[in-house]
Design a protein around this ligand. Structure first.
Ligand code: SF4
Length: 435
């Protein structure tokens, strides 16, 4: 696996005499220490990392910075979880990298290769399935059909046309998961928030602007029913990248869900949330919400609260939200921000196993953590001397599967048939384990 480097203009070159390497937090390993190098999935993007020298294996077999050019990284296509970050040596004045995941990439047999596993077979965000003319036509149809619906206008104007959001494009194409952003505000201040980066503390921009209005229950229900009635494997999801925390808009959501379920029982109503308020989670579950996806950078309260900087809630409440939703037989996934070197730390694995065994959560969505690893280290105050060598993301995935056979892996929120199948398996498992 050859090392790659890029020149100032971003032109990428392979170095036949050097081999590639990968990074796991404070550690750098030769490429062959990582399993599963796959051809770069279609829909991935390559970056050249200004101010960062690529690190690789010299012809003599030593790990060293390459004498010229910038490092190259891949922002891999959705449904693929990274096993190694790009390996580089950062120059003191290197700019902070924007909110993407920077996966290791090498060159072999005339192609780019990346160390990833496909954790979700669902083709929902496969690049080849997004046909721009059909998306544009779908967006026009929705805007014509709902001329007074601000949510539809926002989704088509901003999310489809400006942000190229895959979920909003699937809505325009009338299939799978439809986004329902509702909340302009949030009760957390995540270091890597993609919808709000404060210039006074952050050197990087947010990926999207935060919603500026709260749609009415009628606007939400009108769009949701239209989608649930027509789409294959339909899901409608509150809690999107272009908003704050949906639970802050729980009254609007509760009324909207009741309106939706009055019209249709088809599909799944899901909420992507930080899980801050257990009472509200249970109340919304009672009102008809089918599944919850709770986002976590860590299962350790110290690191969770250091990253989320929660206001009026804490990690214990998030855990209770998971338990309460499962107690009323709802599907719960964690949106687990996966970063090699941190997620596969022994202490993190111990905390994650404790969380799974104490909550019986159903699914881990292994989401690549869209953050500059060095900026994350600095902002979190991680000290190398307090970290043990990581066990490897792939090893972690296999370990958890052995320990929790009922646990599902994915990248996307599951549809109704999948949930029904897995929930019945999960209850059999829990009955067996509590017997
Ligand atoms: S919970 Fe979501 S919206 Fe709120 S700060 Fe974190 S990433 Fe941003």
């Amino acid at each position: 696996m050859r090392l790659l480097w890029a020149d100032e203009r971003g032109t990428i070159y392979d170095e036949p005499r050097w081999q590639a390497a990968g990074r796991s937090g404070f550690w750098t390993y030769p490429w062959y220490e990582y399993p599963c190098w796959k051809p770069l999935p279609p829909g991935s993007t390559l970056f050249h990392l200004v101010g960062r020298r690529p690190v690789g294996i010299t012809p003599e077999g030593r790990l060293r910075p390459y004498p010229k050019g910038w490092a190259v990284a891949a922002f891999v296509a959705p449904a693929h979880t990274q096993l190694a970050s790009a390996a580089y040596e950062r120059e003191p004045d290197a700019p902070t990298l924007p909110l993407y995941a920077y996966t290791a990439v090498g060159w072999k047999e005339g192609r780019f290769f990346v160390p990833v596993v496909r954790v979700d077979p669902q083709p929902r965000q496969d690049a080849k399935r997004f046909f721009p003319p059909a998306i544009a036509e779908g967006a026009r149809t929705l805007r014509r059909r709902f001329p007074h619906n601000r949510l539809v206008q926002h989704l088509m104007e901003n999310c489809v046309e400006r942000y190229c959001c895959p979920a909003a494009r699937n809505l325009a194409l009338g299939r799978w998961e439809c986004p329902l952003p509702v909340s302009p505000g949030c009760n957390a201040a995540c270091i890597g928030c993609i919808s709000l980066q404060l210039p006074q503390e952050s050197p990087i921009p947010s990926a999207q602007e935060r919603l500026t209005f709260m749609p009415t229950p009628e606007e939400i229900a009108e769009l949701a029913v239209y989608h649930l009635e027509r789409a294959p494997q339909p899901i409608v999801s509150f809690g999107q990248g272009c908003e704050g925390e949906p639970l802050l808009a729980w009254k609007v959501i509760e009324t909207a869900v009741r309106l939706i379920r009055k019209k249709t029982q088809r599909g799944i109503i899901n909420i992507n949330t930080n899980g801050c308020w257990p009472d509200i989670v249970e109340r919304l579950a009672q009102s008809g919400v089918d599944s919850f996806r709770i986002s976590l950078n860590s299962a350790q309260p110290l690191w969770y609260e250091r990253y989320y900087r929660p206001r009026n809630y804490n990690f214990a409440m998030v855990k209770e939200s998971i338990q309460r939703a499962i107690q009323v037989r709802k599907w719960v996934s964690i949106n687990y921000f996966t970063l090699p070197g941190f997620t596969d730390q022994p202490a993190e694995i111990k905390a994650l196993c404790q969380l799974i065994s104490e909550t019986h959560l159903h699914m881990i969505q292994w989401r690549n953590f869209n953050i500059d690893p060095d900026w994350y280290i600095e902002r979190m105050g991680f000290k190398p001397e307090t970290f043990a060598p990581p066990v490897g993301i792939y090893t972690l995935m296999r370990l958890l599967k052995r320990r929790f056979p009922h646990l599902s892996y994915g990248y996307f929120n599951p549809h109704k048939a999948f949930i029904a199948r897995r929930l019945s398996l999960a209850s059999i498992h829990n009955e067996k384990s509590s017997a």
